[in-house]
Design a protein. Sequence first.
Lengths: 537, 462
Amino acid sequence: MRRFLSLGLLCLLLLGMTLNAQAQDAETNNPDDAAALELLEALDVDSYAAKGEAITAILQSDDERARDWLQALLDGRLQRTDDGRFVRVLDNRGRDWPVADVLTGEELGEMSRRDLERIGINNNLRNQLRSAIAVVDLYSPSVERRRTSAERLLGEVDAELVPILNDLIEQEEDDQVRYRLTQAVAIYRAEEGEMAGVEALDGSLHPRSRVALSRAANSDDPVVANAATAALTGIEQQLKINRGLETLYFGLSLGSVLVLAAIGLAITFGVMGVINMAHGELMMLGAYTTWGMQQLLPGQPGLALIVSIPAGFMVAALAGVAIERGVIQFLKGRPLETLLATFGISLILQQLVRTVISPLNRTVITPEWMSGSLVVNDALSLTLNRMVVLGFALVVFAGLMLIMRRTRLGLEVRAVTQNRAMARSMGIRATRVDIMTFALGSGVAGLAGVALSQLTNVGPNLGQNYIIDSFMVVVFGGVGNLWGTLVAGLSLGVINQVLEPWVGAVLAKIIVLVFIILFIQKRPRGLFPQKGRAAEG
Amino acid sequence: MTALFSAYPSLSKRFSTVSTSKRLNRRFASALLAAAVMGASAQAIAQDDDPIKVGILHSLSGTMAISETVLKDTVEMLIEQQNEAGGLLGRQLEAVVVDPASDWPLFAERARELLDQEEVDVIFGNWTSVSRKSVLPVVEELNGLLFYPVQYEGEESSENVFYTGAAPNQQAIPAVEYLINEVGIERFALVGTDYVYPRTTNRILEAFLKDEHGIADEDIMVNYTPFGHSDWQNIVAEIRRFGEEGKPTAVVSTVNGDANVPFYTELSNQGIDAADIPVIAFSVGEQELTGIDTGPLVGHLAAWNYFMSVDTDENYDFIDAWIEYTGDDMAVTNDPMEAHYIGFNMWAEAVRKAGTTDVDTVKDAIIGVTVPNLSGGYAAMMPNHHITKPVLIGEIQDNGQFDIVWQTPSTVAGDAWSDYLPGSRDLIADWRKPMECGNFNVVNGSCGGSTAAEEAEAALAE
């Protein structure tokens, strides 16, 4: 794919400049629509070679709508109606699509799919179009577009393009675009075995640079080859460090999911001693709340997500109160029956969602600010959705610690769990504390569900996938200890991600489970066992 | 008289026995004929009241309900259409629906129930390979007919099963050839869910890539994940590094079910664009994409034998009928639905040809039956119980549909036994007389015979 159509690229470049020049000297020089129609007619042929020529012709035309046409063609939205008009499909969902005339821009209302004929392209044309649009975009006033197209040119530069890029580098105002363009030229030079290119690429972590350097390392010129080899060794070292950091990040982010899932359980199971098998379904309720909010606030997924944080908490907390009042309070001190009863509740909740909403997974949209990744350098970028969840987990943990340590509720919870009779004789209403504690634990599960809706599928089975992991983390961390849950969750996440590249996802999970079983044999009370009187309770 | 005979096959059968007995004198023959006509028409009337039973064996609950429920609806729709058009052999069709609940051993029990108690004439059903293996010994023992509509790993041909989904040579192999020849891919990451279909398919693909295209060991990466896997960060990072070595790289995905959603999300979050590392999927169709925001996936590929976006009148009619049947304006159609459409029409055609729903007669009559598919061509039933299909490669679009970028010039016949696996390349299946064998070894000239029971046991033990 490298250096595809070197001549084509050059001519694209030239026409990019004409486009630009034309846009500069005459803002609206709307050429005859008949000529434009002729250009488009040429696209409606069977032969892909003829289509390629038609694309070139469009690029060379002075028409300012050319980029829009090509973009529509690339997206498969440039279509032709039965009566021969060229239209752009505005929304291609359902059976009838709204369309607009590409020449006049006039909206023509909805048309049936049957009456539209798509102008088809194949992969070669697609590449040609993408490169054409990239080169045209180098002259675009939008910095974003220039950055994207400069990045696309890495490793795609050929001899004809070098002087043009050099000119552009001098004119370019944006540092990032200039850096990319310089790098693109350097990659070309290094591949040609020029010393200047090799020197410029020293320390660059971009994969294309590495490929160019490894080619230069096989160069006939021993000086260049040695320099390239040295540069490669340095880069490999850097990459190793970055890779380690990446694995750590993956581990922490998986760990944060585990912490979120387990921290509510650490309260209901750890502090209250209730084995709640419906904990996963409370998370599911939180996730469905997010989906529901997005349905209520269409078009604003970000706002909906933020609103779902308190909403998810409330929904799950209320469900928790219902479970506590309806079932668990009657089964106090009978763990086996509690386990069975809550397992039954979890099945009921799952089936309820299946019947009322749908057995199919629901689509939860990820807001713009959570998609993509934060680019640290060319070899390390941190995915944003995971980072937000990691931060969210820490905030939830801190909030929970605050409640348990600094509020009256926290004090009462600790008092009741340590010595119920004594706490009651001191005037604490133990039943009310039970309800509040269970609601708190359930609400936190709801929060976990809100976060999980951004990472995994929102469906009736969501809870089941996390219930075992949650218990695992709580038991490993030490029952009744919130810090233990945090440390256990994060460390299990890191261990899992360190193992995964070696042994695969399936085996990594098994090894972690075996490790925990062995660990519990040695230290039955987990990482951070409770000390003192609480431990005997 | 001829019209009467063709309308009442049982009568024509009786008449032929009568006419061939030359020793009977004419008078006696005509008396017998009169009696036969009366008896047959009485029986025909009874048959009119007695509908043809069509069993539907798809999970309506459990993990596979997502995919299988629409197939149940498809068969019900086809039955409804057939009844509106006057039924089959003058009889109405009746659907018998059972729910095996995504529980593999339960599939066998339900199949037994359909054949033994309900006495259905044909079964349309199954999705996962393990459920098919579980049903296999039952349909062979009770001599039923099963139409299986899903793309699968091959290495099987049963006397009682008709495979209307794609065999590996109708999906996986052409898809990889497309990547090599049209896209210029030199490195392959084979990523799949950890069960029999991805493992067998990847074994075939590995052998194919190495033997036929000389791809080196280090240019093939294989990775398996459990069902419903959601933490893809590390695997996607590995794929990214694998693709950064300078050679054009593609991912061949046999990831099944809803694990695809977090997989594709992670791909787009880590900035892997279809232009850099395209992912070609064998188990992601329109139905699966309804649960995904397809914006970031634009340009990734899928290989099937049908896409909803196929631009033919047959397809638009099918879509219209489906939307009307479901009452959902956004309802989508997919490849296994087309497979049921073809399978159902083939069975109906074979019944018409045979003039009876008798399993043995239909089984022989269906070989060679040709019916239109939805992509403007024809599907024919081959002697190995697989059908001919075109292979289509589509690119995901932002509306959850596929844009067809490549297709085979003609249809491809399904191959039960892969040519790329040792042990399997010498086997052929041919259910016509006199061979009548699903695994005939052309080297030593012997038939392996049915191993349905052992296969079912092995699949269920996993």
